[in-house]
Design a protein around this ligand. Structure first.
Ligand SMILES: Cc1cc2nc3c(=O)[nH]c(=O)nc-3n(C[C@H](O)[C@H](O)[C@H](O)COP(=O)(O)O)c2cc1C
Ligand code: SF4
Length: 476
């Protein structure tokens, strides 16, 4: 089933009318002038930043075997700098130990390698890009995203899952995880210590903050749903956040002056699967109550429930955390929600409804979070699919105080300078707009690097571009 893509609408008024057929309360701004709400300053941890764009973390499956950056990695960081976004959230996921890598090319903390040098190189590349955008180093607030991939670990290529808890639907969807190793409390504590080590190096390298990544089905996110786990790190919300709190306390004590942010899957839905007849995604069958997710309605698990997530945000405030990057779900088990797209990745399914409805889900959860915890500074997700009208939607949300920063992922792979063009009030370059072909996800899912193969001339010229297009055509 095809839905009218945002790029199909010729005016903001036409697009706004379409949005209202999907959700009657959905409003956007008609014009995005230079110096509008997206160019308004904001203060974060005492630093005044000059615009409301944030660059989301995006890895490229292109580091070296021992976890250092390659030329491709550095090119991407330079582009993140060139975006002119005042907040650079993590750049990409950096694994705190070898067994927590999501792929064999992911950057990671190898005790035999000078990881601080790698981190400094990333920062230098970013700064070179931001200088091209006319920025000084202090104009961007920059974090490094720290991760352990848990159930989705593949440190040497093939899956090598490490579980926080047993999850019946994920065990069915990924049979290799059914009997995988359940991390012991001692193992969790050991890897928690490596978050602190990685944070210390990031601080030395000059990062302003680290993100204790708690999203997308990776370990700290999976722990948030570990109600059935026994021992200190499961059960009630205090147990399910105990490892996170231990990491935060460790970073506070070892790295005074380093700020902490959290990228959080604020809400989730049950894992989805492909309906073999229609090819559409559908929620997997489960017994009720469904107890294995975080921010999921236990009686209707294709819906969200923000009770616990809003409680967790209050706890972040008590812990002195100011920056929260709100995302939803997981790119593995419900990608239609995590990154709304016109075309699915090769291992996905056709979107079960208009992707704009999933964009709206992102706007709604971050609004609810901002309303509940107005002192926190929130980055929203889900804007890339809006294409030509991204600025109109983003400006409305920021102008009305629903969100503090507009986070961009895929759009910055195809068109890194888009934030600068929007802030300047110049027309966006239509040929460079991400059309959510998902090639940047399909590449890595098939053992290749990631990049914008259809639109970035640098990647377009690579042999992988043709192979990935063939996979996309096959998935249609
Ligand atoms: C190629 C690629 C790599 C990504 N890597 C990460 C990552 O390392 N960490 C993370 O939190 N999210 C990652 N994401 C998710 C993005 O940060 C973002 O949430 C997602 O693309 C939705 O935002 P968008 O609609 O603006 O693209 C990645 C997404 C893509 C497409
Ligand atoms: S490959 Fe390019 S156009 Fe396709 S989703 Fe990724 S960034 Fe967008």
């Amino acid at each position: 089933m095809r839905f009218p893509a945002p790029g199909h609408f010729r005016s903001a008024a036409d697009f706004a009318a379409h949005l209202q057929t999907l959700s009657p309360d959905w409003q956007i701004d008609a014009h995005v002038p230079a110096g509008g709400a997206l160019a308004q300053p904001i203060t974060v941890h005492g630093r005044t930043l000059s615009n409301r764009f944030a660059c989301h973390p995006m890895e490229g499956w292109d580091g070296t075997a021992d976890g250092r950056a390659s030329e491709l990695t550095l090119r991407r960081w330079r582009n993140f700098g060139r975006s002119g976004a005042s907040l650079v959230w993590g750049g990409e996921a950096f694994a705190v130990q070898h067994d927590g890598r999501a792929n064999e090319r992911q950057l990671y903390l190898d005790p035999n390698v000078d990881a601080a040098a790698t981190m400094a190189q990333l920062l230098m590349a970013l700064r070179a890009g931001s200088a091209e955008a006319g920025m000084q180093p202090s104009d961007q607030f920059v974090g490094l995203q720290l991760t352990h991939s848990g159930r989705f670990s593949r440190p040497e290529g093939p899956p090598a899952p490490l579980l926080a808890h047993h999850h019946p639907q994920l065990a069915l969807k990924y049979p290799h995880t059914a009997d995988a190793h359940l991390l012991s409390d001692a193992e969790l504590e050991g890897l928690g210590d490596n978050y602190v080590k990685a944070a210390r190096l990031a601080h030395q390298a000059g990062f302003d903050f680290v993100d204790v990544k708690s999203c997308h089905g990776y370990l700290l996110h999976e722990l948030l749903g570990a109600r059935t786990r026994e021992g200190s790190y499961g059960g009630d919300l205090a147990g399910r956040t105990r490892l996170f709190e231990r990491i935060v306390a460790g970073i506070r004590s070892e790295c005074p002056g380093l700020h902490i942010g959290v990228r959080l899957s604020l809400a989730d839905v049950i894992p989805f699967e492909k309906d073999p007849d229609s090819g559409l995604g559908r929620g997997m069958a489960c017994d009720l109550p469904y107890v294995h997710g975080f921010g999921v309605d236990s009686q209707g698990p294709t819906k969200v429930d923000l009770t616990e997530p809003l409680q967790l945000l209050r706890r972040y405030e008590e812990l002195g955390i100011e920056l929260v990057n709100v995302t939803l779900g997981s790119p593995y088990y419900n990608p239609h929600l995590q990154r709304p797209a016109a075309y699915p990745p090769s291992d996905g399914y056709q979107t079960p409804a208009d992707p704009l409805l999933f964009v709206k889900a992102h706007l709604d959860v971050v609004r609810a979070a901002k309303q509940a915890s107005p002192n926190l500074k929130f980055v929203g997700t889900g804007y890339t699919y809006l294409q030509e009208w991204l600025g109109n939607v983003a400006q409305y949300e920021v102008r009305n105080g629903h969100v503090d920063f507009v986070g961009l992922g895929r759009m910055l792979l195809s068109y890194p300078e888009l934030p600068r063009d929007v802030i300047a009030g110049t027309a966006v370059q239509r040929k460079r707009i991400c059309r959510t072909f998902s090639d940047c996800t399909t590449g890595p899912r098939n053992g290749m690097i990631s990049g914008c193969f259809p639109l970035d001339p640098f990647y377009k010229a690579m042999p992988e571009a043709k192979k990935i297009k063939a996979l996309r055509d096959g998935a249609k």
